[in-house]
Design a protein around this ligand. Structure first.
Ligand SMILES: *[C@@H]1O[C@H](CO)[C@@H](O)[C@H](O)[C@H]1NC(C)=O
Ligand SMILES: *[C@@H]1O[C@H](CO)[C@@H](O)[C@H](O)[C@H]1NC(C)=O
Ligand SMILES: *[C@@H]1O[C@H](CO)[C@@H](O)[C@H](O)[C@H]1NC(C)=O
Ligand SMILES: *[C@@H]1O[C@H](CO)[C@@H](O)[C@H](O)[C@H]1NC(C)=O
Ligand SMILES: *[C@@H]1O[C@H](CO)[C@@H](O)[C@H](O)[C@H]1NC(C)=O
Ligand SMILES: *[C@@H]1O[C@H](CO)[C@@H](O)[C@H](O)[C@H]1NC(C)=O
Ligand SMILES: *[C@@H]1O[C@H](CO)[C@@H](O)[C@H](O)[C@H]1NC(C)=O
Ligand SMILES: *[C@@H]1O[C@H](CO)[C@@H](O)[C@H](O)[C@H]1NC(C)=O
Ligand SMILES: *[C@@H]1O[C@H](CO)[C@@H](O)[C@H](O)[C@H]1NC(C)=O
Ligand SMILES: *[C@@H]1O[C@H](CO)[C@@H](O)[C@H](O)[C@H]1NC(C)=O
Ligand SMILES: *[C@@H]1O[C@H](CO)[C@@H](O)[C@H](O)[C@H]1NC(C)=O
Ligand SMILES: *[C@@H]1O[C@H](CO)[C@@H](O)[C@H](O)[C@H]1NC(C)=O
Length: 697
């Protein structure tokens, strides 16, 4: 789920919040050290409020009648409302239960923060009638229902109801009474069916309406909000063209309208948005050229227009847009060539032009892109991989390079002088590249991910392939590599010791190529999870499966299918305790399936079909969950549930009902552990490049 990404700007209201708190505390100091006794009304209100909560709020001692001494409660120390509760700071206190009506008794409340709890149910109607309330944060709970129809919060400045289950606005005409509101966050709710009337909220600076299923055209009343700095409308169903009215929002710093259904061309009004730093309109149905005012906008730092139908040349004017750091124009109909002028964007750190009809070669001038860390030119019909690599090696900060689906049938350059010292991910699949695994790769000591699958590379794998300290994802599938699998692979540091991977998790990227039914899906997504993988399938490798594969405790996916191996499956490979996928089908293996594989409790895909295996089929652990087809085509392998092996005998009748039950039960466990593991792993490793990045080839 995408979250609002305005941390820098969002900091500003927090500052004023802190200021407010400081002011309140300062007033208290002036009044000296005497602690105010809490007002009886407030004590009653708090008691009622606390009754609806579980567990008790630690630090609220009901034997004491002075609620001002309770933790997380702020009382006023100034003379006129001395001893009244003005702040309730109960964010992230693991509270469950509901918000009781009696809370409304805290009539002097200025700050109410109940965010990041597990509160549920509807909110009391009168909650929106606090005369002095300035800050209301109910975000990240399980609150439901429509908002109260009458809203009277004349002092409200900051209202955050995001990440709840609120539904339609009955009336959001609240700016007739709440005209001072500066910050409004309604993101990630179900406000889709209501309407929002914000035309009179002229003080609004921050508006988050993303993730609500809102529809209709761009809400025109927003164009009157001259102070707007951040506007997030992404992940809704807004449609129609973008109106010229956007030009009215001359204070806008951040505009995100991605993941909607906006169509037609972008209005040429960006010249009036002189403060705009970040513009995202990805995944809409925008067409036409890039407006001149957009490509000349000096303030812009980040542009994300991927997955639209924009066309014409990519004519970013780097002289005007000197500060731009991130440019994502992938998946459009832009036409080539790859513009050499982009090399003047000296701050560019991420450039994604994948899936456009560019053609030509990587421009010579790209060698000057000194800040470039991420480059994707996948599926852009460019040619000459030798030239591309010669040039790009000069980009000393290049970390991720995606060039797949280009260079049809060219030769992989073997030039020993090529050097990519910062490279962490090299992704050049589906190019029909000829040649061998290039020696220059061995100097990329930082390499974590290598995908050269679906090419026509041949020869044997050199032993240096196992010497990368950080490599955890190796996909060389569907090439013509031959010879033995280098034993050094079984010593890959990052697959033997999890620690190296954890260390890497503080770095800035991760990648995954997901497989759908065994076939790679040719897209890398922006929320990347990545199972540690060795995929050497569909080559011509010979020789044994080394017993030392068992050392790869951190390996999740070992795919060796369709090779011409020899020998048997070593017992020791059960040492790969994290293994989820083990595919050894069509590898010409003989011998028995080691029983010890039953101990691989995360194994969810197992295939040894079409080999020359014999003996018992293990049936413990995850084995009952694997389909018969996992074992097909092994003449002498006994079916499961026959122990001891009664080769060439008719299997005894097993009551189908009973068998099904066992299968179901085991499958449940297997699927659940597999899923948990995946989730766990995603969490552990799921951090990415600067936000909004999409890496595809
Ligand atoms: C609660 O307040 C009473 C009365 O002020 C006091 O005697 C008692 O020690 C307090 N209990 C705790 C746990 O602070
Ligand atoms: C009011 O002042 C007293 C004494 O300085 C202090 O203990 C108390 O926390 C203050 N109230 C608030 C709301 O901070
Ligand atoms: C509310 O409390 C949470 C948790 O302490 C905090 O992260 C958040 O910034 C607070 N909200 C406001 C508006 O201060
Ligand atoms: C905005 O204010 C005008 C003038 O006070 C009023 O006529 C109009 O109804 C208000 N609109 C909304 C949506 O509150
Ligand atoms: C632009 O702002 C002006 C001044 O507030 C306002 O009169 C005008 O209606 C706005 N334009 C649109 C399209 O809302
Ligand atoms: C591309 O955008 C369309 C909407 O225009 C959306 O349905 C689709 O999921 C997007 N595809 C990707 C890969 O983001
Ligand atoms: C590019 O920007 C520079 C500096 O703002 C300007 O002088 C030049 O005319 C622009 N070029 C084009 C083609 O718009
Ligand atoms: C490559 O790009 C073409 C259009 O330029 C598109 O039709 C095709 O699906 C893309 N291939 C992949 C695998 O993304
Ligand atoms: C390259 O990366 C290093 C280390 O992250 C950084 O200090 C340096 O500024 C970067 N170079 C450029 C030109 O951005
Ligand atoms: C690539 O470009 C270089 C330099 O222009 C040229 O010598 C070489 O023949 C080209 N290779 C291919 C495969 O086009
Ligand atoms: C192997 O790669 C070729 C392209 O090089 C592709 O056409 C073919 O479908 C792939 N085969 C398998 C089984 O993945
Ligand atoms: C597989 O390897 C064996 C030797 O181990 C060899 O005799 C056989 O021809 C190979 N088969 C293929 C299809 O390469």
């Amino acid at each position: 789920m995408k979250t609002s990404n305005g941390s820098f700007f969002m900091g500003i209201p927090k500052v004023s919040l802190a200021f407010l708190t400081v002011v309140i505390m300062f007033q208290q100091m002036i009044l000296g050290s005497q602690e105010p006794a809490c007002h009886m009304n407030d004590l009653t209100a708090l008691k009622g409020f606390a009754k609806c909560l579980e567990p008790d709020i630690g630090g609220w001692n009901w034997s004491s009648s002075n609620c001002c001494s309770f933790t997380d409660i702020i009382c006023d120390n100034s003379s006129d409302i001395y001893g009244r509760v003005v702040g309730l700071e109960l964010g992230n206190k693991r509270l469950t239960g509901t918000i009781c009506e009696s809370l409304v008794g805290l009539e002097q409340l200025r700050i109410l923060n109940l965010s990041l709890n597990s509160l549920h149910g509807k909110i009391p109607a009168n909650l929106f009638h606090f005369r002095n309330l300035e800050v209301l944060d109910l975000s990240n709970n399980y609150l439901v229902g429509p908002l109260p129809s009458a809203i009277h919060l004349p002092s409200i400045k900051y209202l955050d109801l995001s990440k709840n289950y609120f539904s339609s606005f009955i009336s959001m005409r609240f700016c007739t009474s709440s005209s001072h509101i500066q910050y409004l966050d309604l993101a990630h709710n179900f406000f889709g069916e209501g309407s929002i009337y914000l035309e009179n909220c002229t003080s609004l600076q921050y508006v988050f309406l993303n993730g609500n299923g809102l529809s209709g055209t761009f809400p025109e009343d927003l164009f009157r909000l001259q102070h707007l700095r951040v506007l997030h409308l992404q992940q809704n169903q807004f449609s129609g063209p973008l109106s010229y009215g956007i030009g009215n929002l001359s204070n806008l710093v951040e505009l995100d309208i991605s993941l909607n259904d906006f169509s037609e061309s972008l209005p040429d009004v960006f010249g009036r948005l002189r403060k705009l730093e970040s513009f995202s309109a990805s995944s809409n149905r925008l067409t036409g050229l890039l407006p001149a005012s957009l490509v000349n906008l000096a303030s812009l730092l980040r542009i994300d227009l991927h997955n639209n139908s924009l066309d014409g040349p990519i004519r970013i004017n780097c002289s005007a847009m000197a500060q731009v750091t991130s440019l994502d124009l992938a998946s459009n109909n832009f036409q080539g060539p790859v513009p050499a002028s982009l090399s003047s964007c000296q701050s560019l750190r991420a450039l994604d032009l994948a899936r456009n009809k560019l053609g030509g070669v990587v421009p010579f001038e790209f060698r000057n892109l000194n800040a470039l860390e991420y480059l994707s030119l996948g599926n852009t019909s460019i040619n000459n991989i030798s030239t591309a690599l010669e040039i790009l090696q000069h980009c000393k900060n290049l970390t991720i390079l995606v060039l797949g689906l280009n260079f049809y049938q060219e030769e992989m350059p073997s030039n020993v002088n090529l050097q990519f010292t910062s490279l962490k991910a090299l992704i050049i699949p589906v190019c029909h590249l000829r040649g061998s695994l290039p020696i220059w790769l061995s100097s990329s000591k930082m390499l974590q991910l290598l995908d050269l699958s679906w090419n026509s590379l041949r020869g044997s794998l050199p032993s240096w392939i196992g010497k990368f300290e950080y490599l955890f994802y190796l996909d060389l599938s569907n090439n013509s590599f031959s010879g033995e699998i280098p034993e050094s692979l079984t010593g890959l540091e990052n697959l033997v010791h999890k620690t190296a991977l954890l260390k890497e998790s503080s770095e800035h990227f991760s990648l995954v190529k997901s497989k759908e039914q065994g076939r790679p899906r040719l897209a890398y997504n922006d929320v990347w999870s990545f199972p540690p993988t060795i995929d050497l399938s569909r080559n011509m490798f010979s020789g044994p499966i080394w017993p030392s594969f068992g050392n790869l405790k951190n390996l999740h996916d070992l795919s060796l299918e369709e090779n011409n191996l020899s020998g048997s499956i070593p017992d020791s490979i059960s040492g790969m305790t994290s293994l989820e996928v083990l595919d050894l089908s069509r590898t010409n293996l003989s011998g028995e399936i080691p029983r010890s594989l039953e101990h691989l409790s995360f194994l969810s895909v197992f295939n040894v079909s079409y080999n020359r295996l014999y003996g018992d089929t293990p049936s413990g652990g995850q084995f009952m969950t694997f389909p018969e087809s996992s074992f097909d085509g092994n003449q002498a392998l006994c079916p499961r549930l026959l122990a001891p092996c009664q080769r060439k005998q008719i299997p005894p009748v097993v009551s189908p009902g009973k068998k099904m039950k066992i299968v179901d039960w085991n499958f449940g466990i297997g699927a659940a552990t597999g899923f948990l593991l995946t989730v766990f792993f995603c969490f552990k490793s799921g951090w990415v490049l600067p936000k909004g990045r999409v890496c595809r080839y």
